[in-house]
Design a protein around this ligand. Structure first.
Ligand code: SAH
Ligand code: SF4
Length: 382
C-alpha cells in the first residue's frame, strides 16, 4: 500500500480504512466519503479536481497520498460490445479484465492474481504458473478503469457494470484479504454500489477459505467443479487431492446456507471432450448435487496450444445439458462472446513474469485466436 515515498494509495482502501487514514492525518472522518465518491463515482485520480475539498487539505493529501490503478496496456472493443483490458501490475506481469454486455446487464470479469499456482490441467492461466498477488488497489482498479471508460457514474443513474465475477486470472481465495477488500468496495455505495447477489467469487475449492469468506462477506459463490468424482477431479483440479469433493461440497453448503434468502451456489463445469462429458458423468453429477441448492453453468472448453483437450461437439454439449435439465436442474451453457478480441475468461493470457527461471523474460501465452474452431466464451455469468 505504501511506496518508498511513504505515500499511501487511496484507491484500494475500504471505507473504514479510509476513515482511519483521515484520522491518522488529523482530519475529520467524513472526508472519507467525499474522497471515495471522487475516486470511485467520478474516476478522479487528482486531488486538485476534488472541488468540495479545501485547498489546504488537498495539498496535505497530495503530500501524503496518491490514487493509482494498474497501468492500462491495451483496451479492445469487440463488434459484439465485449471489451477487454490488459493491465500491468506492480510485479511487472499483465492481467486481463473483460466486460460482457448482455441486455440490461453488464458483467465485468476481474483478475485476482498474475498467474495461478493451482495448475488445473485445462487452464492456460494455470499453465503460466504463479507470479504475484494483486493488491486491493489493483483488483478494484480494474473496476475503476472499466467504469471510467463508460464515463463518470454518479450513484443514481443506470450503471454500465451491474455484475462482477472474480473469474479472471488467479484463484481469488488464495489472495484473500485483497480480494475481500476489493469486493467490499464493489458493494459499498461509496464505491460501486453493486448488490451482493451480483458480486460472485469463483473458486476451485480452497476449503478453509470458503468458511473464512462466509465469516466476513456475503457475496455469491461459484464452484469450479469440472468432475463428479474424486478420481477424475484429482487429475483436472489438483487441489482436489487436498480438499476432496465431500469436504468441498459441505463447505459450499455451509456458505450458501449462511446467505439464506433463497440464494444458491453456482456450479461451473468445463466440458472436455471424452473426459468429463459422458452420460455417466452427468448421472454422477445429478447424484452428487442432489441436496445442494445450485444452478449449473456449463463452459465448453476453450482450446489453447498444447492443452491436450478438445471442446465437445454442440450435440454432446446439448445432450449433457438435457440430462441435467431433466433431473430438475437450472442449467445454462456459457455462450461465445468477444471472439474477435480474445476475450475468453478461463483462458486469459496476460503476460506473466517467468519466476521459476528467474529471468527478465516474459512468457507470452497466446491462444489459438486465429483458428476458426477456437471458441472464446466469456458470457452468461451470474
Ligand atoms: N480460479 C478460479 C477463478 C478463475 S477461472 C476458479 O478456478 O474458479 C474461471 C472459470 O474458467 C473456472 O471455472 C475455470 O475452471 C474455467 N476455465 C479455466 N480454463 C478454461 C478453459 N480453457 N476453457 C473453459 N473454461 C476454463
Ligand atoms: Fe487457477 Fe482457476 Fe485456472 Fe485452476 S482454473 S489454474 S484455480 S485460475
Amino acid at each position: 500500500m505504501t511506496e518508498a515515498t511513504g505515500k499511501i494509495n487511496l484507491l484500494g482502501l475500504t471505507q473504514p480504512e479510509m476513515e482511519e487514514f483521515f484520522d491518522s492525518i488529523g482530519e475529520k472522518r467524513f472526508r472519507a466519503g467525499q474522497v471515495m465518491k471522487w475516486i470511485h463515482h467520478f474516476g478522479v485520480d487528482d486531488f486538485a479536481a476534488m472541488t468540495n475539498v479545501g485547498k489546504v487539505l488537498r495539498e496535505k493529501l497530495e503530500a501524503r497520498a496518491y490514487i493509482r490503478g494498474p497501468e492500462v496496456v491495451s483496451e479492445d472493443i469487440s463488434t459484439d460490445g465485449t471489451r477487454k483490458w490488459v493491465v500491468r501490475v506492480a510485479s511487472g506481469s499483465c492481467v486481463e479484465t473483460v466486460y460482457i454486455p448482455q441486455g440490461s446487464r453488464g458483467t465485468l470479469c476481474v483478475s485476482s492474481q498474475a498467474g495461478c499456482a493451482l495448475d488445473c490441467s485445462f487452464c492456460s492461466t494455470g499453465k503460466q504458473g504463479f507470479n504475484s498477488d494483486l493488491t486491493a488497489a489493483e483488483i478494484i482498479g480494474q473496476v475503476w478503469i472499466a467504469n471510467k471508460s463508460f464515463g463518470s457514474v454518479p450513484a443514481k443513474i443506470d450503471r454500465a457494470i451491474t455484475n462482477v465475477v472474480m473469474m479472471g486470472m488467479g484463484e481469488p481465495l488464495l489472495n484473500f484479504d485483497n480480494v475481500v477488500a476489493a469486493m467490499k468496495l464493489m458493494m459499498d455505495d461509496l464505491g460501486y454500489g453493486i448488490s451482493k447477489r451480483k458480486v460472485t467469487l469463483s473458486t476451485s475449492g480452497v476449503v478453509p477459505m470458503i468458511d473464512k469468506l462466509g465469516e466476513v462477506i456475503d457475496v455469491s459463490l461459484a464452484l469450479s467443479l469440472h468432475a463428479p468424482n474424486d478420481a477424475l477431479r484429482n487429475t483436472l483440479v489438483p487441489i482436489n487431492k487436498k480438499y476432496p469433493l465431500a469436504v468441498l461440497l459441505a463447505a459450499c453448503k455451509r456458505y450458501v446456507a449462511r446467505l439464506g434468502e433463497k440464494r444458491v451456489l453456482t456450479i461451473e463445469y468445463t466440458l472436455l471432450k471424452d473426459v468429463n462429458d459422458r452420460t455417466e458423468h452427468a448421472e454422477e453429477m445429478i447424484e452428487l448435487l442432489k441436496d445442494i441448492p445450485c444452478k449449473i453453468n456449463l463452459i465448453p472448453f476453450n482450446p489453447f496450444p498444447h492443452s491436450g483437450y478438445e471442446r465437445p461437439s454442440n450435440n454432446s454439449i446439448r445432450r449433457f445439458q438435457d440430462l441435467l435439465y431433466k433431473a430438475g436442474h437450472n442449467v445454462t451453457v456459457r455462450t461465445t462472446r468477444g471472439e474477435d478480441i480474445d476475450a475468453a475468461c478461463g483462458q486469459l493470457v496476460g503476460q506473466v513474469m517467468d519466476r521459476t527461471r528467474r529471468s527478465e523474460r516474459y512468457i507470452a501465452v497466446r491462444q489459438l485466436s486465429n483458428e476458426a474452431d477456437a471458441p472464446h466464451t466469456a458470457a452468461n455469468r451470474t
